[in-house]
Design a protein around this ligand. Structure first.
Ligand code: SAM
Length: 274
């Protein structure tokens, strides 16, 4: 009982210490040019099923445009009260007050697990401080769009560079970059696999290593260790080939299991562990 009380005290004081930490300034208020907003949303392929969260939402233009043009829902989190008020008023005036809202909060402490799309225009060190939060809180397949600054070490799904005169007054140069990332499923480990009967009737072991979106691995099949060829992970979709064999294995990763097919026909599956 005493130990439990001590543990609770420690947890509570850690949470309190977290709350008392000064809010980190993730970047000054500089709105993205409207053409960049449109491009960011286009590259993210926003649709009416999406829930978009803009981290540091300024006047709300990204969330408002996603709702008005693409029918998305979502929210913006912003530390400056006047900007939050302005964005909420705009949402009402522009007829999307039922689909989006803006909250005054610290983006580092905001729960973002509901997002299917994250957008941000923040300082370079800040976007990188958010990497662990993204990997912990976001679902595999969630799209992350960053204006100007990359997530170091994370291979973007798409990367666009353009010149915009409007950017000179913001960053001193015309160069504008947009990065699109997709949150990968966690696949590292040993999987007990049942391959299509034409490949083997024996259980196989799929061993995968992972660094963000990069995967490599082997399949232990009928006593032989085969290095996976061209393994790729995009969100929750894994694909690979086997040496000396025709066809592509594809599969969807969910809750410690992979269900897939060889060339869209013969099924295979795997479960994590073992
Ligand atoms: C460069 S502006 C981007 C505005 C908007 N996302 C856009 O692209 O037009 C960055 C915004 O982040 C806000 N901000 C900075 N630190 C923050 C924090 N810790 N929590 C929430 N918002 C923050 C700033 O007040 C500013 O409005």
């Amino acid at each position: 009982m005493i130990r439990l009380a001590a543990a609770m005290l420690l947890t509570t004081s850690a949470a309190l210490a977290d709350d008392l930490k000064p809010i980190k300034d993730a970047g000054p208020y500089v709105p993205s040019p409207q053409s960049v907003v449109s491009d960011m949303l286009r590259y993210a392929d926003v649709n009416d099923k999406d829930f978009l969260i803009d981290l540091g939402s300024g006047d709300g233009r990204i969330v408002l445009t996603a709702a008005k043009v693409f029918g998305a829902r979502g929210f913006g989190v912003e530390i400056k009260e006047d900007l939050v008020k302005r964005a909420n008023e705009a949402a009402k005036q522009e007829g999307v007050g039922d689909r989006v809202k803006f909250i005054k909060a610290d983006l580092f402490k905001t729960d973002i697990s509901q997002a299917t799309i994250i957008t941000m225009y923040l300082l370079p060190d800040t976007v990188n401080l958010l990497k662990d939060k993204f990997l912990t809180e976001l679902k595999p397949g969630t799209r992350i769009v960053s204006h100007d600054y990359p997530l170091t070490g994370w291979i973007p799904e798409k990367y666009v560079q353009m010149d915009l005169e409007e950017k000179v007054k913001i960053s001193g140069v015309t160069t504008t970059l947009i990065y699109l990332y997709i949150v990968p499923a966690k696949v590292a480990g040993n999987w007990q696999a049942n391959m299509p009967a034409a490949i083997s009737k024996q259980p196989a072991t799929l061993s995968l290593k992972q660094q963000l979106t990069r995967v490599s691995g082997t399949l232990r099949l009928d006593g032989k260790e085969l290095a996976l060829e061209d393994p790729k992970l995009r969100g929750d979709k894994l694909t690979f080939r086997l040496p000396g064999r025709k066809g592509e294995f594809s599969g969807t990763v969910k809750d410690g299991a992979i269900e897939g097919t060889l060339d869209g026909k013969a099924p295979w599956s795997a479960t994590l562990g073992g």
